[in-house]
Structures are given as C-alpha cells and as structure tokens.
Design a protein around this ligand. Structure first.
Ligand code: GDP
Ligand code: ZN
Length: 373
C-alpha cells in the first residue's frame, strides 16, 4: 500500500526524533552516538542511574530497566572498564539477560571518570561515577572551613576531567565572609566561586546555570557541609526532611542512602553517590589545581624541579619572600607526596602482575618441553 509506505518512514523519523531528544535529556551527545553505532543492530543505548551489587538500573530512551554485565565485558583488558559506574553510557539488550533482566553488551568510552582506591590492601581503582560535566566542591563557611581541603578537592576534580565549581555554603554562619572569599579566590586557580546559604535558599539559583538540559553535575564535600540540603533545594521538592531525620538521629548516623543519578525537573542531571562524596586522590597532576605554582616553576633552575630541596627553586623562593603563601606550598608538597606514593603502589602492582604472568608462561613452556621429551 503506497499510503502505508509513505506513512511509515515519517513515523520512524518522528519516533527517532523523540528518542534522540529523550537521550539528549539524559546527557547523550554525538560522541556517544558514534561510539554506540557498532552495537546499534542488537542493542539500545542507556545511561546507568543506579548500581547495586553489579545490578544496574538503566534509563533508555523509552524505558527504565535492570541489567547485568555480559561475560565478555567482564573480561575486558582494562580492569577499570570491566564494570559500568553510575553515569556511564552502555549498549544494552533489554531482555537478553536471564530472569527478565537486560544484558549490558558494551561500555561506551567515558568523557570523565571519578575513581577511588578499592577499600583494603589492594591497589585497585574503582570508578564511582562517570561522564560528569561539572563538580560542585561544597565547603561550609562555618568552623569547618579549610582551604587545604579545597585545594585537595580541586585537584581531584581537575584530574577526574570535570569542570570544578567552588560552592561556599552556610554564608549565614561566616565569621568574616569577605576575607574568606578572598582566601578562596587565592587558591581557586580560576574555578568559579558561588557563595550561598542552602538553609535559607540564598544564592542557590545561580547554580542552576550549570544544570542546563542534559548537563550532569556531581557533588564533592565533607559530611555536614550541606550537600543534601543543597540537592533538595535544587530538586525543589520537599525532601528537606532528609536532613531533619538525620539531625534527630541520636547517634548522628547518616540516614540518606541515595546512590544515583537524578533528573531535575528543569532538565539537568545530578549524580549523588556516597563514593563520589568522599573521593580520595587517586592519580594525576597538580598543574591545574596549583596553576600559580605551575607558573612559578618556569623560573626554577631544574626543569623537573619538585620544589622540595632543590637549589635555586623559584617556588621555594617565592614562598620565602611573600610571593606565595607557605601554607599553600606545604599543601602542594603533601598532595605531591600522596600522588607519588599512590603511583609507586601502582607500579609495584604492575610488576607483581608481570611476574605472575611470566611465571605462568614459564610453567607453560616447561610443560611444552616435557611433552616434547
Ligand atoms: P551533607 O552531609 O553535606 O549532606 O549536609 P546536610 O545537607 O545534611 O547538612 C548538614 C547540616 O547543616 C544540617 O543540619 C543542615 O540543616 C545544615 N545546613 C545546610 N546548609 C546550611 C546553611 O546554608 N546554613 C546553615 N546555617 N546550616 C546549613
Ligand atoms: Zn622549584
């Protein structure tokens, strides 16, 4: 029927348009679309919104499904890419898995990635959240205010590949607000600074600019700085109760347990996972978070100067004659030590793995020799 033929492509085109729009609302873009293309014949794209013991809740263009990783993906060469994290884009076959669950066929390359060391003695990286555009680094302007912690968070954010935004909350409790903001400006390395009181709802609206359609934001900050209160404000619902419940908890335990990617009514996406909230330094450089020290380093005598005990170090000189806050240099050195230690541990692990591999190869070769004899 010519009529049906004429109608069908239009219907498909219309449907695709709706699908595309829905995916973009979830953060989809052309780069992800290109990465997904090889899987298009047997799966659909979806974004991981929740993870619980290797079962994933995934938002696709027209559904929300539960899925597990297929065996093939589990044996991916890079350990970090074996399992998806909240925020990841995946290729998923909705009903191909067992028990009505979907099967995750592939993990699409990440635009940004936040990792932490797996708890315990292992030196394994665990990705806690992926594909974040902006990280709100939340601090309280009360007694808990700590510039050194801000430097640490900035380092983590730059290294994760997302844009950091400094959120200074509890402005209503600030002892000397202008002085505190000046101090933060000195360590911000150009990151935008927003002062607010989530409790009073002041200054919160300015943050909505980072939560435009399809944009993903995550939160980093110590416990008690006001992240939940802020998230509730941004969500604009009555989940304020969350904080109140926690206050009334006699042992001061955390009662919030969300670990997910949430869509805001206005169009943005929030990632709120406990793992993201307590990020530790993992790997990377201090160049972005300490742009001032990086610039001063151009004047050091040695090109690979570490600014510790080297002679004719421009950074140390600046710290001596007022060009650089000595406390900031101390903080830089501390973070550098931590990154070095982490890198050493990773090197050791790689060597161990190599040794193990060699052992297996040697054993196999011995067996071959035996068979030949
Ligand atoms: P989280 O641990 O970072 O999620 O912090 P919460 O959102 O649970 O807040 C911890 C406490 O700080 C709660 O008692 C909040 O009511 C309070 N709080 C949050 N924001 C503000 C603020 O802007 N000003 C004041 N004075 N208190 C705040
Ligand atoms: Zn130096």
């Amino acid at each position: 029927m010519p009529l049906a033929l004429g109608v069908l492509p239009r219907f498909v085109a219309l449907h695709c348009g709706v699908t595309e729009e829905r995916l973009r609302a979830l953060g989809w873009d052309d780069t992800f679309a290109a990465a997904f293309a090889p899987y298009a014949d047997r799966s659909v794209p979806g974004r991981v919104t929740l993870e619980h013991q290797k079962i994933y809740r995934i938002s696709t263009a027209d559904d929300e499904i539960l899925a597990r990783v297929r065996g093939r993906l589990r044996h991916h060469a890079d350990r970090r890419d074996r399992f998806p994290a909240v925020g990841d884009w995946v290729a998923v076959s909705p009903a191909a898995g067992s028990g009505g669950e979907g099967a995750i066929e592939a993990l699409l390359p990440r635009r940004s990635r936040f990792s932490r060391k797996v708890a315990g003695e292992t030196t394994e990286e665990q990705v806690v959240a992926a594909n974040i555009d902006t990280v709100f680094l939340v601090s309280g302007l009360d007694h808990d205010f700590n510039l050194r912690r801000i430097e640490r968070y900035l380092t983590t954010a730059w290294n994760g590949g997302a844009r950091p935004v400094l959120v200074l909350n509890k402005a209503d409790l600030a002892a000397d607000l202008p002085a505190m903001v000046r101090d933060v400006e000195a360590v911000a390395s150009g990151a935008p600074i927003h002062v607010m009181s989530s409790k009073r709802g002041e200054g919160v609206d300015a943050l909505l600019a980072y939560l435009a359609f399809g944009q993903t934001v995550a939160f980093l900050g110590s416990s008690g700085v006001g992240k939940s209160t802020l998230i509730n404000r941004l969500r604009g619902d009555d989940r304020q109760r969350t904080a109140e419940v926690r206050i009334s908890d006699s042992r001061g335990r955390h009662t919030t347990t969300h670990r997910e990617l949430l869509e805001l009514p206005g169009g943005g996406l929030l990632i709120d996972t406990p793992g993201m909230r307590e990020m530790q330094l993992w790997e990377g450089s201090l160049d972005d978070a300490f742009a001032d020290i990086h610039a001063l380093a151009a004047g050091c005598h040695f090109r690979d100067c570490r600014h510790t005990t080297e002679p004719r170090c421009a950074v140390a000189t600046a710290a001596e004659n007022g060009g650089l806050d000595p406390a900031r240099l101390a903080s830089f050195r501390q973070l550098q030590r931590e990154l070095d230690a982490q890198a050493r541990r990773q090197d050791e692990l790689l060597m161990l793995q190599d040794k193990k591999k060699n052992k297996v190869v040697h054993k196999a070769m011995r067996n071959v020799t035996k068979i030949r004899l």
